[in-house]
Design a protein around this ligand. Structure first.
Ligand code: IVH
Length: 706
């Protein structure tokens, strides 16, 4: 092998450069969850470094990125050390690379059996679940930890418990059949199904929040959310693929591992197959790629694992990956095109979003003419100039993205720097960026863009559902100063709507000159229809109005739950943080946003107007169970299956109250493992003590008659 052509620098200097680059990308990827380069490019840099280090062993240092597992985990959750490192995988991008790997495996395996388990490479994040011995002989979920830097991850147990495909306990019976002890560890991948991803982004859009870029980021962000109820609503799925006992892989091979995990009640991906040759691997890969769009969740390749445990052990590990497994990565679908302009749009919350306007290019089956640039920082990080050629990727992502600027000789650089606006492009007021935020916002309450977006949102399907209240009408209503708030929609007279105009441009057939004239936008029929739609929307009810008001974080589901709980907008307005947080899915962040919204006089006035205009702002309240009415519970210690929040909610849903400390007024103390002084106090005061099972019986049957 000659000197690689892309390393003209002296090896020592290039090594330093590569190490610095790799460390930076690792930090972006693992700690910030904001990668700048594709895995392929990252692997390219890593391989270059490996090559140089192999040719110049004197340059190898113990802290080189080739010698360790990853970057540093994000702050916020308790750090937990893994029982054995969670490694990553080496990648292959072609059948030739697979053949090379297969050859190496055979060489190293000697006379041992070589068969491979082919699995899908799920595009999520890996986690480790530890199960510990329960008193009843079962295995109980004790912790869920993210991969983190591979050595140490973050304890996200509370969130993991909300994932339905994660069994909270495994029965003694199942353990016995599988010949397993109670203390086991399961590793696998958490993914967000596409449907949940799309729904989440729809909700985020309605809430005026930036959309998540892809399901993997969404899943990672969700697992790090501090509100477990939000996690529960996101419908994450866990696919299991490894089983460990005391930090060692279960010794019966990968195929049997997947089968046994299935028998324990874990979700194991059905697309898997034992293969022997590179041809069979390619067949599996082709099949996976053809099924890719119908799976309902994202995959980014196929993982091949040597099946036999003995062979795996013979092959061993390099610093960062097992030699007995490899990831075949699908190549991202990309195209190269030119950025002609950057368009800034102002959203309902005043956020400025830049979009690259591209020369249309065909990528992965669709024509792409715009790609999101997220925010000002992203443009800076790309170093993007207007006129630059860029690589646009559509990989698994829903929104096309600009992956990089092309800087080779064949593509001349652009020549105009883009200046992110300092003033709102719609109202001209200065834009601001709050400390710690990435987005620039227009904070002018009267910015016409905000009002326009608010009106469009209010009328949209799924909110007040006013058909006919589209871009053109809203634009005209604003231009003619006919509306200054959503309430004004209900004050519109027929003559107002008849006065709306549209411009039509036509070529005069005689003169051949372009002429612009104005015409009525709606006409009598259109006006009558729109008035009917507006009037009908008055009956949409509380949930829709709550959504339509545009309270931050209040999307469809939250609005519905609030409506069921409070039944009347006046009750929602009166509620304090604690009362709001009784609603499932409402945590401190959401409750604060609601309280803040209704504290503002202009918003209160808006509600008054809507009420005067006879917009229905009530809903049927959910009938509450009164099973536990009049009883007060104190929770202490860790319950075997319910989290503290779940238990609290169950009690409150049944009409009971919960309190923080034990007194004579306490009806029951519910005690779990490691219950503390509250339990002693209960015994002292002779207050009945329940375990989780006792609580569940009480919830089902009610308190026994005296
Ligand atoms: S095995 C040491 N199997 O891919 C073994 N990983 O690129 C590493 N992944 O960190 C894990 N699907 O997050 C394995 N069927 C699968 C997988 C899978 C997705 C992810 C996992 C891992 C990454 C490595």
């Amino acid at each position: 092998m000659g000197k690689p052509k892309d390393t003209p620098l002296k090896p020592a200097r290039r090594t330093e450069e590569l190490r610095a680059e790799l460390r930076r990308h690792e930090h972006l990827y693992y700690a910030l969850d904001a990668p700048e380069v594709s895995d392929q490019e990252y692997d390219g840099l890593m391989n270059e470094l490996k090559r140089i280090e192999a040719a110049h062993p004197e340059l190898l240092t113990p802290d080189s990125p080739t010698q360790r597992v990853g970057g540093k985990p994000a702050e916020g959750f308790r750090k937990v050390r893994h029982s054995r490192p969670m490694l990553s995988l080496d990648n292959a991008y072609s059948a030739e690379e697979l053949a090379d790997w297969d050859r190496r495996v055979h060489e190293l395996a000697g006379n041992l059996v070589v068969e491979y388990m082919a699995e899908l490479k799920l595009d999520g994040l890996s986690i480790a679940l530890r199960y510990e011995a329960g008193e009843d002989g079962s295995a109980r979920l004790a912790s869920g930890v993210t991969r983190g830097d591979g050595q140490t991850g973050e304890d996200v147990t509370t969130n993991v418990r909300t994932i339905r495909s994660v069994p909270l306990s495994i029965s003694p019976d199942k353990l016995k059949k599988a010949g397993l002890p109670q203390a086991i560890e399961i590793r696998g991948e958490v993914v967000m199904p596409e449907a949940a991803f799309l729904r989440m982004n729809e909700e985020r859009e309605q809430e005026g929040l930036p959309a998540a870029v892809n399901p993997r980021n969404a899943a990672a962000g969700t697992l790090r959310t501090l509100e477990p109820s939000i996690v529960a609503n996101r419908r994450l799925v866990f696919f299991a693929y490894f089983l460990l006992i005391e930090g060692e892989y279960w010794p019966n091979g990968q195929r049997a591992t997947l089968d046994v995990l299935g028998s324990l009640g874990f979700r194991v991906n059905a697309h898997r197959k034992l293969v022997g040759t590179v041809e069979e691997m390619t067949e599996f890969i082709d099949d996976a790629e053809s099924k890719r769009s119908t799976l309902g969740y994202e995959i980014d390749g196929v993982v091949l694992k040597v099946d036999s445990h003995a062979t795996q052990q013979r092959l061993g590990y390099t610093g960062r990956a097992p030699r007995w497994a490899i990831a075949y990565k699908f190549t991202a679908k990309s195209g190269v095109t030119q950025v002609n302009d950057i368009l800034i749009t102002v959203g309902r919350t005043g956020k400025l979003t830049p979009t690259a306007m591209l020369t249309p290019v065909f990528v992965g089956g669709v024509t792409v003419s715009r790609a999101t640039l997220h925010n000002a920082d992203f443009i800076d990080r790309l170093g993007l100039l207007l006129g630059d050629w860029v690589k646009v990727e559509r990989g698994g992502d829903v929104i096309p993205k600009v992956a990089e600027v092309i800087t080779d000789d064949a593509h001349p650089r652009g020549n105009r720097k883009f200046h992110f606006p300092t003033d709102c492009p719609e109202c001209g007021n200065p834009v601001v960026r709050e400390e710690g935020e990435v987005d620039w916002r227009c904070v002018n309450a009267d910015c016409p863009a905000k009002l326009r977006e608010t009106l469009l949102h209010f009328g949209s399907r799924g909110v007040m559902n006013i058909e006919g209240l589209g871009d053109a009408v809203v634009q005209q209503l604003l231009e003619k100063k006919l509306v200054a708030s959503v309430a004004d929609l209900y004050r519109l007279k027929d003559e107002d709507l008849l006065a709306l105009t549209a411009q039509v441009t036509q070529i005069n057939k005689k003169t051949g000159v372009e002429e612009t004239r104005e015409r009525q936008l709606l006409g009598p029929k259109g006006t009558a229809n729109l008035q009917k739609e507006i009037a009908a929307s008055k009956e949409a009810g509380l949930a829709r109005v709550l959504m339509g008001l545009g309270i931050r974080f209040v999307g469809e589901r939250t609005a519905e739950l609030l409506a069921e709980e409070f039944g009347d907008i006046r009750e929602v307005m009166k509620a304090d943080g604690e009362q709001l947080e009784r609603v499932e899915e409402v945590g401190p962040r959401i409750s604060e946003a609601i309280v803040d919204f209704f504290t503002r006089p202009s918003n209160r006035a808006l509600v008054d107007s809507l009420e005067t205009l006879k917009v229905k702002m009530t809903a049927e309240k959910k009938v509450r169970s009164t099973q536990l009415a009049g009883l007060t519970f104190v929770l202490t210690g860790t319950l075997p299956t319910l989290t503290r929040d779940e238990a609290k909610k169950r009690i409150e849903d049944a009409g009971g109250k919960t309190a923080g400390s034990v007194s004579k007024k306490t009806s029951y103390v519910v005690a779990g493992e490691e219950a503390g002084s509250k339990l002693d106090k209960a015994i002292e005061l002779k207050i009945p003590v329940l375990d989780e099972a006792g609580l569940l019986t009480l919830l089902k049957d009610g308190p026994a008659a005296e």
